[in-house]
Ligand binder design. Structure first.
Ligand SMILES: C[S@@+](CC[C@H](N)C(=O)[O-])C[C@H]1O[C@@H](n2cnc3c(N)ncnc32)[C@H](O)[C@@H]1O
Length: 297
């Protein structure tokens, strides 16, 4: 839509966690490649052990998970995974920069002993994404612009896009506790709680904690995930993308269910069919969710 009929093949999932999205990306087209980048080595290893096998044997040759900081992507280290049947030793410099999928000399089974690879030697990315509000992990404007510059330099010059999400609304700037039940989340019933601490309006920061309650086992798991987030505004994101050199920025928004009426919901709850729309303006709501698209050129 924004880049004129190009078929995207190369995805980069920043702040990827267990890189489930990358796995789904690879599953749907054998030509696709995925790069994932995250600070959490345990989550990356979990992906290698539990997600990639769903793609099929060639999944390991099409995914590149990097352990490192999005602010220093060239310092990130490639996470190796080498099931015995997939031993490879193709050198990176044997690769033609334009079309081939680079390989590395793998020398370890999984995780910690990893090799550094220049992410610029991978095919330039058609899409780079930062989902689940991960840009809120970056707290200063300087870091946000630096991150967006790194994104822009890794995107395809033929028409690459960056996509991120953001939430907001009056409910996002106060203490809040939302519970959701997912009857089929795992084999057991799980209740999941999103807890938002007080909101500091000077730093625009809050702490988000996720708790799980596995009901059949009567097991409560507190602070399974906990993040310190700066809640950016939409125009701040736009300004930073433009400052980093993006050509255009687009907002897709939808209203979310009112948090006063939906403190406790089952599944995705009311309003799951409300569609996102591209907007130039949007009136404040109790809760909204946005996807922001930055077009490289
Ligand atoms: C909200 S989680 C999102 C994870 C994943 N995208 C998902 O939806 O499951 C944020 C992730 O960003 C990672 N992270 C935070 N700061 C980072 C940074 N500066 N560089 C790389 N990863 C970072 C964390 O380790 C965590 O996995």
């Amino acid at each position: 839509m924004y880049v004129g009929g190009r078929q995207p093949l190369h995805l980069q999932e920043d702040f990827c966690g267990t890189a489930l999205l990358s796995t789904e990306w690879l599953r749907t087209d054998p030509r696709r490649t995925a790069v994932g980048l995250d600070l959490d080595l345990e989550a990356l290893n979990w992906c290698m052990e539990n997600n990639i096998n769903i793609v099929g044997a060639d999944g390991y040759s099409r995914i590149f998970l990097f352990h490192g900081n999005v602010l220093q992507p060239n310092e990130a280290k490639l996470v190796n995974y080498e099931p015995a049947e997939l031993i490879r030793s193709i050198k990176l410099d044997e690769c033609d920069k334009k079309d081939c999928t680079p390989q590395v000399n793998a020398s370890t089974s999984i995780g910690t002993k990893s090799s550094r690879i220049n992410t610029e030697q991978l095919p330039s990315r058609d899409i780079i994404c930062a989902f689940n509000y991960s840009c809120c992990c970056l707290h200063s404007r300087k870091d946000l612009v630096l991150y967006f510059r790194h994104v822009l330099s890794a995107l395809s010059k033929k028409g690459g896009i960056f996509v991120m999400d953001l939430y907001g609304g009056t409910s996002s700037e106060q203490k809040l506790r939302l519970q959701r039940k997912f009857p089929n989340f795992t084999a057991t019933n799980v209740q999941y709680t999103w807890e938002q601490a007080e909101f500091d309006i000077v730093a625009r920061k809050t702490r988000i904690s996720l708790h799980f309650h596995i009901q059949k086992q009567q097991k409560k798991m507190r602070d399974v995930f906990s993040y310190s987030w700066r809640l950016w505004s939409l125009p701040e994101i736009k300004d930073c993308l433009e400052e980093a050199g993006f050509k255009s920025v687009h907002f897709w928004l939808r209203e979310m269910p009112d948090t006063h009426e939906n403190r406790s919901t089952t599944g995705f709850g009311a309003g799951r069919d409300v569609k996102y729309e591209e907007v130039k303006s949007f009136q404040q709501q109790d809760a909204w969710n946005a996807y922001i698209v930055g077009v490289a050129k």
